[in-house]
Design a protein around this ligand. Structure first.
Ligand code: AMP
Ligand code: MG
Length: 393
C-alpha cells in the first residue's frame, strides 16, 4: 500500500468513527466531560439589584448632605424600608438594594458623625449596583454544547440550577501492545526483554483525551493469539489501539491479522517522521489504529490522529493550542521527503528549543518537551529566530 501524506491520513481518520451518543448525569460528576446540549438560565442574574460593595445605599442628588441611616441590610435579607429624601441604608456586599436608592457609596469614603448621620466625603465614581438581569436574563443560553466542562462551567451550571447535565458518552478505547520482547512494568525484564511502556502511556493519553481506556495486555508475536485479542477488543470497543508489529520486520504481521479480523485497511504508511508505519482501518464495530512500537512515535501519532478523532466522536469542539514563537537555534535535517514533528521546549524567555532527541525510541526525551513543531515536506532548515507554530502537548 502506498505512502500517503499526513493531511490525507488526517482526513481519512477524522471522517471515520461514529458519534458516541449522550447520557444525563449529575452536574457535580461532569468535570472533564463534553457538554452535549446547551444550558439555559432559569432565573435572572443577578436575581435582584445587588450591592457590589459594603457601604450606604442612597440617592445620588443628595450625596453632598448629611443622611440619616434608617436600616442595616445584610446579604440574604430583603430590605423593609424604602430610602426617602435625606435617608440612606447601611448595606453589605451581595445584599438587595432598597427601593428609592440609586447608588451605594463605599464605607471607606464616608464618615459617621456623632449625630449618627453619615456623610459622603469622596468623589462619585460609580453606582456600585449590579442591576437585576444585567449578566443573564431568564431563558438566556449560558453554555453552548460542545465545550469541555471545567470548574468554571460547573459554577455556571450551579448558578442557573442546571443540576442534571447532558454529556457525550465517552468512547471505549482498547489498548493492546504487540511484541514478544515485552514484559509488564512490574516485572524485571530478562536479557532480551524490555518493559511495555506504550500501554501505560496510551491509557494515560486516552484518559487525557476524555475517553475510557480498556487494557487487553500484551499480544505475543504470534498470529493466532494476536487475532484472538484483536477480535475480542473489536467486539467490546469503539476504537482499537495496537502498538508494535506494523514495521517491516519478519514478525510484523499486525496489518494481516487485522484483515483476517474483518478490518478494511485504509493506510499503512504516512509520510511523517516519526510515525511512518502508522496503520489505520475500519471494522463495522470499531476503528483500528496500528501505532508504531517506538514509544515516541506512538505518543505523537496518538496526539495528532487519535485525539482529534476522540474529540470528533464526542462532538467536542476541541482545537489544539498553537502559539507562534521564534526558534532559539537553527534546526536542520538531511532529508525533507517526510513531514517532521519535532518535540520542543518553550523556554522561560519565550523561545522554542528542540529537545535533544536521538530518534523515535528516545523515550526519556519526551518528558522535556511541552510542544511539537511541524516541519513540512521540502523544508530542510529552520533558521535561528524564525517564527514557528508550536502545538502544546
Ligand atoms: P515494532 O514496531 O514492533 O518493530 O517495534 C519497534 C520498536 O519499539 C522496538 O524496539 C520495540 O521493542 C519497541 N516497542 C514495541 N512495543 C513497545 C512497547 N509496548 N513499549 C515499549 N517499547 C516498545
Ligand atoms: Mg515488534
Amino acid at each position: 500500500m502506498e505512502m500517503i501524506s499526513f493531511e490525507q491520513a488526517y482526513d481519512i481518520v477524522i471522517n471515520s468513527g461514529s458519534k458516541t451518543g449522550t447520557e444525563v448525569i449529575p452536574f457535580t460528576d461532569s468535570l472533564n466531560r463534553i457538554l452535549a446540549s446547551d444550558v439555559f438560565s432559569d432565573i435572572d442574574l443577578p436575581p435582584f439589584n445587588k450591592a457590589t460593595v459594603d457601604g450606604f445605599a442612597c440617592r445620588r442628588p443628595e450625596l453632598g448632605n448629611y443622611l440619616e441611616i434608617i436600616e442595616t441590610i445584610a446579604a440574604g435579607q430583603w430590605p423593609v424600608k424604602p430610602v426617602e429624601k435625606m435617608q440612606c441604608s447601611r448595606i453589605m456586599t451581595g445584599a438587595p438594594v432598597p427601593s428609592g436608592a440609586d447608588c451605594v457609596i463605599m464605607v471607606e469614603e464616608t464618615e459617621i458623625l456623632p449625630s449618627g448621620k453619615v456623610r459622603f466625603k469622596g468623589s462619585f465614581k460609580k453606582e456600585n449596583i449590579a442591576v437585576k438581569g444585567e449578566e443573564v436574563k431568564k431563558g438566556d443560553m449560558v453554555l453552548a454544547a460542545g465545550r469541555k466542562i471545567r470548574p468554571q462551567e460547573i459554577a455556571v451550571m450551579a448558578s442557573v440550577g442546571h443540576v442534571s447535565v447532558t454529556v457525550s458518552k465517552m468512547p471505549e478505547v482498547a489498548v493492546i501492545s504487540s511484541g514478544s520482547e515485552l514484559v509488564e512494568p512490574f516485572e524485571v525484564p530478562g536479557i532480551s526483554q524490555i518493559r511495555n511502556s506504550n500501554s501505560s502511556q496510551l491509557l494515560a493519553q486516552v484518559a487525557m483525551a476524555g475517553a475510557t481506556g480498556n487494557y487487553y495486555g500484551i499480544a505475543p508475536d504470534n498470529v493466532d493469539q494476536t487475532y484472538l485479542i484483536i477480535n475480542k477488543a473489536i467486539s467490546e470497543n469503539d476504537i482499537i489501539l495496537i502498538t508494535g508489529g506494523v514495521s517491516m520486520g519478519d514478525f510484523d504481521f499486525v496489518p494481516s491479522v487485522l484483515e483476517r479480523a474483518g478490518v478494511e485497511i485504509l493506510f499503512t504508511r504516512i509520510a511523517v517522521q516519526p510515525g511512518k508505519p502508522t496503520t489505520f482501518g475500519l471494522h463495522p464495530d470499531a476503528v483500528v489504529f496500528g501505532l508504531p512500537g517506538n514509544p515516541v512515535s506512538s505518543y505523537i501519532m496518538f496526539e495528532l490522529l487519535v485525539r482529534p478523532l476522540i474529540a470528533k466522536m464526542m462532538d467536542y469542539n476541541w482545537q489544539p493550542l498553537n502559539i507562534k514563537l521564534p526558534m532559539n537555534e537553527k534546526f536542520s535535517r538531511r532529508f525533507a521527503d517526510r513531514m517532521a514533528f519535532i518535540p520542543v521546549t518553550i523556554t522561560d524567555d519565550g523561545f522554542v528549543s528542540p529537545v535533544e532527541y536521538h530518534g523515535s525510541a528516545h523515550i526519556s526525551a519526551i518528558p522535556e518537551a511541552n510542544g511539537i513543531v511541524t516541519v513540512p515536506i521540502g523544508k530542510q532548515t529552520i533558521e535561528e529566530g524564525e517564527i514557528v507554530s508550536v502545538r502544546q502537548i
